[in-house]
Design a protein around this ligand. Structure first.
Ligand SMILES: [Fe+2]
Ligand SMILES: [Fe+2]
Length: 216
């Protein structure tokens, strides 16, 4: 079985530098999208109350994408199989689009990201490394379960968004489709089914994050 640790010291330093660079780019807010945000020409919330609701939901989604960046970065850092690492990096690039779109949309809604962004990043990075160290199949299982839970969560937000805010809706729909594909990729690469208590713990963490990031 392949070792989780890189063959040479130089390779280890290289991977750590990539992870550090990603953390800095994500936390400083300079991450840029490779794809243009969906829904450029579409509608806005109708009232001040609706604008605040849209902003709260998009702040939660921005925090979720911070977590996604950190998870994928942590998992890629310790992935054993080069094919798995490549898939994590490709999905991570799409998560970077999501993050940039949510950040841009928050600005358009005259709002701001969560103040707790570094905490969401640090916690998720630690979870990514931990799940990565348990082996690629479990790591992919963690990824697939995360993506399935995020997809469900996005469906909930699509129900709650003000009907006239078609611009935010277009972004969330594209994200939901991408997350679905990320989950499929994970399963195609041999994801293990996670034990139920782990799935429940993941739901609890995401509930704490989504409830908090709406306000703070
Ligand atoms: Fe995402
Ligand atoms: Fe995803």
């Amino acid at each position: 079985m392949a070792s989780p640790f890189p063959r040479s010291f130089a390779q280890a330093v290289d991977r750590l530098l990539i992870a550090a660079d990603e953390a800095l780019r994500t936390l400083s807010g300079v991450a840029t999208a490779g794809r243009e945000a969906p829904g450029r020409e579409e509608g806005e919330p109708g009232t001040e109350e609706q604008r605040r609701l849209s902003a709260g939901l998009m702040r939660v989604n921005h925090a979720g994408e911070i977590c996604a960046q950190a998870l994928y970065s942590g998992q890629a850092l310790v992935a054993r199989d080069p094919q798995v690492r490549q898939a994590l990096e490709a999905a991570g690039a799409e998560e970077r689009d999501h993050l940039a779109w949510c950040g841009q949309r928050l600005g358009e809604l005259r709002s701001r990201p969560s103040y707790l962004t570094p905490i969401w990043y640090a916690g998720s990075f630690a979870m990514g490394v931990t799940s990565g160290l348990t082996g690629d199949r479990w790591s992919l299982g963690f990824l697939s379960e995360t993506e399935a839970q995020v997809e469900q969560h996005l469906e909930g937000h699509l129900d709650r968004l003000p009907p006239t805010d078609r611009r935010s809706r277009a972004i969330l729909e594209q994200m939901r489709d991408d997350e679905n594909r990320h989950g499929q990729t994970g399963r195609a690469l041999g994801a293990a089914e996670l034990p139920q208590p782990v799935k429940v713990a993941m739901r609890v963490f995401s509930k704490v994050m989504t409830r908090t990031a709406y306000w703070v």
